[in-house]
Design a binder for this molecule. Structure first.
Ligand code: GRF
Length: 191
């Protein structure tokens, strides 16, 4: 059997994408293993979900370090100990700096709830609705030093539901949970 790809998921929020990826690893849709959940928010719901799923959690609070370099060096040490090959961002609310970008060239992936390059940054679904667009969507992309700017790997359109943020977010999440694992599968198998 081909060896499993070792991944670290980075998340700061509720963790529904983390759960979808974990499930795909468990049921074999994704030939990968989550070595660790990295979070900057120990109180986030994603941490509770990781505990329930028996996935190791490492909390790194940026405030405990003097700079982004020091913060990322501490994370990098943990990733190296765990022999992690890919970093998977799933609602991680920070920009990635040079320490991690240099250590994982073209091996950091993010998912964003819009059709990039439209509506990068925070509150992408709200931005789309305020703009009055009728179709928005989901983008999976490689991470570079910018905010949601790296090379696009996959996109899928999602209709805006009644100009409503909650209903549209629900539709977007449903698409995310499938698109992320499928895109990661292609990446990990070089397709
Ligand atoms: C997702 O919409 C993702 O696109 C964005 O952050 C959200 C995370 O949701 N980057 P969840 O925490 O995985 O439920």
């Amino acid at each position: 059997m081909i060896e499993k790809t070792k991944i670290a998921v980075f998340a700061s929020g509720s963790g529904s994408n983390f759960v979808a990826i974990e499930e795909a690893c468990r049921n074999g849709e994704l030939n990968a293993e989550i070595a660790v959940l990295i979070t900057d928010k120990p109180e986030a719901y994603v941490a509770e979900r990781a505990r329930e799923l028996n996935i190791p959690i490492s909390v790194f609070s940026p405030k405990a370090y003097g700079s982004r370099e020091k913060y990322e060096e501490a994370i990098l040490q943990k990733l190296e100990e765990d022999q992690v090959e890919w970093l998977i961002l799933a609602g991680y609310m920070r920009l990635i700096g040079h320490t991690l970008l240099d250590a994982f060239p073209s091996r950091i992936v993010n998912i964003h709830p819009s059709l990039l390059p439209s509506f990068p940054g925070k509150a992408a679904i709200e931005q789309a609705i305020e703009h009055g667009v009728k179709v928005t969507g989901v983008t999976v992309h490689l991470v570079d030093e910018g905010m949601d700017t790296g090379p696009i790997l996959a996109q899928e359109a999602v209709r805006v539901v009644d100009g409503d943020v909650n209903q549209t977010a629900e539709a977007i999440h449903a698409v995310e949970h499938v698109l992320y694992k499928e895109t990661l599968h292609r990446l990990f198998t070089n397709q």
